[in-house]
Every structure is written in C-alpha cells, then in structure tokens.
Design a protein around this ligand. Structure first.
Ligand code: Q9C
Ligand code: ZN
Length: 629
C-alpha cells in the first residue's frame, strides 16, 4: 500500500492576467516545480498516483452557498476586464477563465485523497492542488483561495464516512480563517493553526487569529490558534509548538483522520512567511502527525511561494508519508527566547486542555499505579522484521547490528536477550558504540536498571530510566522517574520530556531497553518507539528480554519500519502526582535542554520546586527527592 499522490495538470491553467504584486506569487510554476522535484527524487514513482476529477456541485455545497458557487461558475465566461472587476471585490484574489475548473479539480483531488485513505486504498497521501483553499469562506473567495478544499473534505468525511473526530492541522504561515469560521461551533473538528501575526499587523489582520479565539458554543475549545508575533521562527519553535501545544491536545482528542492544510510559506526563504524552518522540519512535523489516527494523514497543498523551498519541503513531506526514516534535523534546538508573546505559551491553551477534558465523555482519572484495561490486541498483519533471529543470542550478531546502525548500513534493529544478560548486553552495546566514536547515545530504559558502573557520565550518554524506583536527576544526562500511572501521564512524559530531550540531544543511536513487567502495555511501548524513531532519524535498537520478545517484536517491528502505532485506547488524565513529578523534572532539566521550555509553565506551579543547578552532583545525591516530595 503506497502513499496516494493526487494531481491533475489542468490545475496549472489558472494564472494572473494583469499586474498585481500581491497576487503574482500564486502562479502555475508552483505545481510544476513541485512535481518535477518529486520525479527527480524518485518519490512520485513510489506513490499511488491518482488523477484528479472535478468535485460535483453537491460536494461544493457541503461548505459553500449555491449563490457563491453560481457566481464562480459564471467567471468562466467573463472577459479580462470583468474578471478583474470581480477579483477586486475580494481580498487578495484573482480569477481566470479556468479558475472554476481548477478550483473544482482542487476540491475533487482533496476528496479523492480522503476517499483513498478512508477506504484503505492508501495509508496516507498528498493532494497537489491550485488554487489553495483555507482562506475561502462559505460565500467569499479570499487570499488566493476559491473553494475551501480541506473544509469540504472534513464535511465529506463526517457525512459520507460517519467520522466523529477530525483534526485539521494548518501549518501554512497564514491563518486559515475560512476553516476556523466553518467549524467554529463544531466539536467534531479540532482546528489548529499557527500563523504569522505580529500582534494583528500581518495579513489578514484579524482579531480572531489570536489565542483567545477558541471556538464557540459546542465547539468551544476546538479551535486552537498559535500566533507568531515575530518572523524568523525556526525548527525548534515549530517542534516546540507540536510537542507542547498541538500533540497533547491531539492525543486527547484522538482523531480518526488528520487533514493537513499543508502550506509551505512557513518554510525558510518564503517571501510571505519570512520564517526560518528548513524543509527537513516538514518531514518531522509529518512524522509526528503520523502517530495519530492510525497514520491516516491527508496533506493538501495550500501556500508556499519560494519554488525551491516549496519543492524541497513537499519532497520531505512525501518521504515522511512513505515511511522513510530521517532526515536528521540540523541546528540548535533552542526555541526563540528574546521575544515575549509568541513563545509557545498556554494562556489560552491551558484552558483548552481542561475544556476538552470536560467535554469528552468518559474522561476520568485513574488511580496512579492502577493499570487501565488491557489495550493489547493481537496483531493482524505479518511484518517483515529486522530481527536477524528470533533471539539474537550471539554477541557477534548483536555487535554487527550496533555497527550497522552507526555506519548507516542498517536503519534499526531488535534484539532479544535472556533476562540475566540484559544489563551486560546494554553495557556491551554502549562500549561498542563509544569505541566506534559515537558522541551521543540515548539509552531509554523501561523498567528498573542502573547506569552501568564502568561507563562515565561524560555527556556522551543520555540515560533516561522510565519505571525506575525513584524520581531523580543525578545529572543533566542521568534521569530516572517512576512509571506514570495513566495513559495521559505516559503521553505527558513522552511529549513533555522524552521527545524534547531526544530532539535537544540529537542522538546518533537510541538504545531502548525493555524489561519484563515494567508495567507498560505493548501499545505504549509501540508509541514510544514510534515517536523516538523520529528525532533519532530511525536509528533505534530495541533490546527485549526473551520471555516477552515474541509479542513485542510483532508490535515493534512495524513501527520501527514507519508504520503507525496502535491506538492507546481511552484517554485517562494524568494524576496530579505524575504531573507534579514531570514539572519537577522539567524545571531541573530546562536550563540544559532548551526544548523543554514552555513559557506558561516556566513559573507557575513548577516554581514551587526548588531548582537545583545542574552539573555533577556529589555521588549519591538525589536532588529531586530532596526538592520535590
Ligand atoms: N504581504 C495562501 O497562502 N497577501 N494565501 C498578503 C502580505 C495575501 C496567502 C500580503 C496572502 C494570501 C494560501
Ligand atoms: Zn499561506
């Protein structure tokens, strides 16, 4: 099953016929450039290619008024002066005699993509369309957009497929106010948009693009705006927004489908966005979304006006959809510090989390330590596994695997070892990696296991023990915490601690050691592996104990190959104890690991934990137990 790629070359027909500096950016070459790079990279050939058909007028009517559809239909027969006069009635819009045809193809392509994904013909996909859609209203064109492709697709998924929860992620650099208006009172569509805002001084200059627009009536809490009040936002800012704002909400919402308003004017080089995120960032954003909704991610092109940046970014998105590991995300992982007001912050968002919890029926808090209902489902498909044997007992083979990952010949691996040999094997893997010159090794240990005595805490190993006996930050590189008691707590740990640390550390290899009876169910381990694979560019080596191996291998092999992890089941809120523990850990680790920083949390309750400066503690000191109990 391959990623769907929906396109039709007729969508290059519409173009600006007169001089207009504002509208000339949106030109046919955008699609031509994207498609030719996709071909050059061999990506188009790997996709399930679908030729777009025009949407029906009934489909347009899911969102647009009959009068507006009729008006756009009439533009087919207008002459240039009439087209120009009509265009002037809207903000940043041009019409061409082919606009109606193109815009219907754009909607049709989006619907075909969603249809392919919801019927199982493709796991995910991308629609390459013009004109874009997210600014258009029920009865108005706006910002180069004629029909609202993504909004129509969401309505279609609800009506024709009976979906109850759809997440729309709008990573275009402009606010998709059209989508916001269409779903503002609808709790079945969670709309998230980040956008260049500059306190309202950037187009479309709307008060309702700010954080305090959260939806209305039943839909209150299901619109999430993240305005950027300065240009120059980069990879770390975008990642922080996903890890600290979007993904916690998205997991709680538990969407059945993810639609992406995939505008690439938020990428470096774009004249509209003036942002700094590199094309590689879009592979990461896509991969992060693929852990939701069983991987059913449909990306639909919106803006993106720098042809090279746009084409590279689309290629990165398609590579991620295809399941390819990587790329490594370069550069400092420090979100923007200087500027107040646009750091990822939660004045609105904190309230939203609470609101969504209240509005989701069946949300309740579990007693910490009391595991939820069994989430294990027998795997339904057979997967090719990277395991060289059912159990990799020979040390030679194991070291071959470590070497293979470090030198790039192997992407990832799974090793099953006898319980008694677990600590020794991990020790050997670490020694081997260091002797091969590895500079950054992330050891994620699930269950109780101590840092190997013979290995120095010198910054080359980041040791993260989840399910250890106690909460302890022995150094910035030696962290231990008990297992959170609920799914919500576990998600908080992954999104609020494990991934920010992994992104900041940029490991060359991640060693995941899974002990027996560590308290995690297989879907939880699968989610952790699926998410760690992203910052690690795929380079994950899982060490399992033989007794638990056969089942875990069937769970882990597909996710290490890039398949979506299974759902975690009903969302159970984190316990106050787990939240407090996480806050204490973060407060202590923030000075060293910048991606942990979230403006709204920086003071608040976490301020009640004494912060102990990091560095090498005297041996045996356990900071956290002193400071936060
Ligand atoms: N320099 C999309 O990206 N012009 N539409 C703004 C500010 C309108 C953008 C002028 C931009 C419309 C789909
Ligand atoms: Zn845009």
């Amino acid at each position: 099953m391959a990623t769907a790629l929906v396109y039709h070359e007729d969508m290059t027909a519409a173009r600006l016929l007169w001089d207009d500096p504002e509208c000339e950016l949106e030109r046919p070459e955008r699609l031509v450039a994207v498609l030719s790079l996709l071909r050059l990279r061999g990506l188009e050939q790997r996709c399930l290619r679908l030729s777009a058909c025009e949407a029906s007028e009934a489909e347009l009517g899911l969102v647009h008024s009959p009068e507006y559809v009729a008006l756009v239909r009439e533009t087919q027969t207008l002459d240039e002066d009439e087209l120009r006069a009509l265009s002037k009635q809207y903000d940043a819009v041009y019409f061409h005699p082919s606009t109606f045809h193109c815009a219907r193809l754009a909607v049709g392509a989006t619907l075909q993509l969603v249809e392919a994904v919801l019927t199982g013909a493709a796991p995910n996909g991308l629609a390459l369309v013009r004109p874009p859609g997210h600014h258009s209203h029920r009865a108005a064109a706006n910002g180069f957009c004629v029909f609202n492709n993504v909004a129509i697709a969401a309505k279609h998924a609800k009506q024709k497929h009976g979906l109850h929860r759809i997440l729309i992620v709008d990573w275009d650099v402009h606010h998709g106010q059209g989508i916001q208006y269409i779903f503002e009172d609808d709790p079945s569509v969670l709309y998230f948009s980040w956008h260049r805002y500059e306190y309202g001084r950037f187009w479309p200059f709307l008060r309702e693009s700010d954080t305090d627009a959260v939806g209305q009536g039943q839909g209150r809490g299901f619109t999430v705006n993240l305005p950027w009040n300065q240009v120059g936002m980069g990879n770390a800012d975008y990642l922080a927004a996903f890890l600290h704002v979007l993904l916690p909400l998205a997991f709680e919402f538990n969407p059945e489908l993810v639609l992406v308003s995939a505008g690439f004017d938020s990428a470096i080089g774009d004249p509209e966005g003036q942002m700094q995120a590199t094309p590689e960032c879009f592979a990461h954003l896509t991969q992060l979304l693929q852990v939701l909704a069983g991987g059913r991610v449909c990306a639909v092109l919106e803006g993106g006006y720098h042809l090279d940046s746009l084409s590279e970014s689309v290629c990165m998105t398609v590579q991620a959809l295809l399941g390819d590991p990587g790329p490594v995300l370069q550069g400092s992982m420090e979100p923007c510090q200087r500027c107040e007001g646009h750091r990822v912050e939660g004045a609105g968002v904190g309230r939203l989390t609470a609101l969504i919890s209240l509005q989701c029926p069946g949300v309740h808090t579990e007693r910490p330590g009391c595991p939820g209902p069994s989430l294990d489902k027998p795997p339904t498909r057979q997967h090719e596994s990277l395991t060289q044997d059912k159990a990799l007992s020979a040390l030679g083979k194991f070291l071959f695997l470590v070497d293979g990952i470090l030198n790039g010949k192997v992407t990832c691996g799974i090793a099953a070892i006898p319980a008694c040999g677990k600590a020794a094997t991990l020790d050997v893997a670490i020694q081997q990696s260091l002797s091969r010159g590895a500079q950054r090794l992330l050891c994620l240990v699930l269950g109780e296991l101590d840092w190997p005595l013979d290995i120095a805490d010198d910054g080359r190993i980041l040791w993260l023990n989840i399910g250890g006996k106690e909460t302890a930050v022995r150094s910035a590189f030696h962290i231990s915490t008990p297992l959170p008691g609920t799914t919500g707590g576990f998600l908080n740990y992954i999104l609020g601690l494990v991934l920010p640390l992994a992104y900041s550390f940029q490991p060359e290899l991640v060693l995941v050691t899974v002990g027996p009876a560590q308290g995690l169910q297989n879907p939880h381990v699968a989610l952790l592996a699926a998410m760690l694979r992203i910052p690690a560019a795929g380079r994950v080596l899982a060490l399992l104990e033989e007794e638990s191996a056969p089942q875990l291998v069937t769970t882990l092999a597909p996710v290490l190959h890039g398949e979506a992890p299974p759902s975690l089941g009903p969302f159970l809120m984190a316990s106050p104890e787990d939240i407090q523990t996480l806050k204490c850990l973060r407060a202590q680790l923030e000075p060293r690991w910048k991606l942990l920083q979230v403006a709204s949390e920086a003071q608040g309750e976490a301020g009640s934990c004494h912060r102990v400066p990091l560095g090498k503690p005297p041996s045996g000191t356990n900071y956290t137990d002193q400071a936060c109990s």
